[in-house]
Design a protein around this ligand. Structure first.
Ligand SMILES: [Zn+2]
Length: 131
């Protein structure tokens, strides 16, 4: 995402297309903490801020359009096999591909995580219709 306008286009497209929108609940760190200028920490918080803006837009557009916006438990979404629910124990920082030790399911790590988020979103009950 390069700019704010692009963010708006993306969130509008998502809200037009989907009735139910599930995202990972963000654990946003305190952005203004002292000593937070270490490069890695700074980059991380900028990433989180971008996601924060995106999710905020998604939330208000979804609510305005009568869509359901769901924040799911983020624990292990990138470590859980989207096919068999096996949770990998190893650290994941070094590779981009998820390989399940149990069923052999192999998939892009982010795609696998997105499927887990979607599945958790489906478990939420549908919003009661207004009126
Ligand atoms: Zn598996």
């Amino acid at each position: 995402m390069r700019n704010r306008n692009e963010c708006h286009q993306l969130t509008t497209a998502i809200v037009r297309k989907y009735q139910k929108i599930a995202v990972e609940k963000l654990a946003i760190q305190n952005m203004s903490r002292k000593g937070g200028s270490r490069k890695r920490g700074l980059n991380r918080s900028m990433m989180e801020q971008t996601w924060g803006v995106l999710f905020q837009q998604l939330r208000y557009k979804a609510e305005w359009a009568g869509r359901q916006f769901i924040e799911v438990d983020p624990s292990n979404t990138s470590k859980t096999c989207s096919r068999c629910d096996e949770v990998r124990k190893e650290k994941l920082a070094d590779y981009r591909t998820f390989v399940c030790p149990s069923c052999g399911h192999t998939e892009d790590r982010d795609v696998n995580a997105a499927k887990n988020i979607q599945e958790r979103g489906w478990e939420y009950p549908a919003q009661p219709k207004a009126g």
